[in-house]
Design a protein around this ligand. Structure first.
Ligand code: IPE
Ligand code: IPE
Ligand code: MG
Length: 239
């Protein structure tokens, strides 16, 4: 793995996103509880975040829990909430002395979320809000449609009648982030599942078959190489 060479490549994406899918199937295949899949998936996430940072990629978005994931059994939801609680503790422990900003996208005022998660999410966002080196955006209780409606309602509340794209984008959770270049969804599912709807209109998508807990650093490098060969035209004619 030649990290330095890759890092220096101008075609590298600046904002990558992971839809970390397949934890449940990974566990099922091994006759384990779905929660074990989430735990192993969470450990893998830490490794992948490290590699993204090592590669000099400035922004990373993670789909951790969708607005639709409340439909899952209570036991699984409770387990995931416990993991997010831990994840937020880890962010605080590991990032405060670094140039890292943490954004939590999603409705943090929803009382379906444990009080602890809501408080810790708000705290880490506040503590890191002036950092600019690397932005980690964790989407929890997030939906792309819900985010668009949030923006619309904020604009209505301000008395806005006509809005352009720039003004609209200032109200998105990702307002201070770079355009979303590349979305990787593991597990072979080829759908967006309500993820970063506004932001991903011109992103490149990649759907590796591997389940998230089995997705390795090598797989991420392979994905980035695929991205670098893509021809992004944005509707124009090139070449
Ligand atoms: C993704 O894995 C993790 C979350 C939704 C939090 P899944 O739990 O969706 O795993 P599969 O898709 O059932 O295998
Ligand atoms: C999307 O995965 C949400 C996250 C990874 C957090 P899902 O597993 O919930 O999506 P569907 O149900 O397959 O569309
Ligand atoms: Mg899934």
């Amino acid at each position: 793995m030649n990290i330095e060479k890759l890092k220096a490549d101008p075609r590298m994406p600046k904002h990558v996103a992971f839809i970390v899918d397949g934890n449940g199937r990974w566990a099922k295949k091994r006759h384990l509880a779905r929660s074990v899949g989430h735990e192993v998936g969470f450990e893998n996430l830490k490794k992948q975040i490290e590699l993204i940072q090592e590669l000099g990629i400035k922004n990373l978005s993670l789909y951790c829990f969708s607005c639709e994931n409340w439909k899952r059994p209570k036991e699984e939801v409770d387990y995931l909430m416990q993991l997010f609680n831990k994840m937020l503790d880890d962010f605080k422990r590991d990032y405060l002395d670094k140039d890292i900003r943490v954004i939590i996208s999603g409705d943090m005022n929803d009382d379906k979320l444990p009080e602890m998660v809501r408080t810790k999410a708000k705290e880490i966002m506040e503590l890191t809000k002036d950092k600019t080196g690397f932005v980690l955006n964790a989407c929890i209780n997030y939906g792309g449609r819900q985010e668009i409606l949030k923006v619309v309602n904020e604009l209505i509340a301000k008395g806005t009648h006509i809005v352009d794209e720039k003004t609209f984008e200032k109200h998105l959770y990702t307002a201070d982030m770079l355009p979303l270049d590349f979305v990787i969804r593991t597990s072979g599912e080829m759908r967006t599942s309500n993820f970063l709807t506004w932001q991903s209109t011109y992103s490149e998508w990649y759907f590796p078959k591997k389940l998230w807990p089995s997705f390795t650093k090598k797989d991420l490098i392979k994905a980035l190489k695929v991205y670098m060969k893509r021809d992004r035209r944005y509707g124009a004619v090139k070449g």
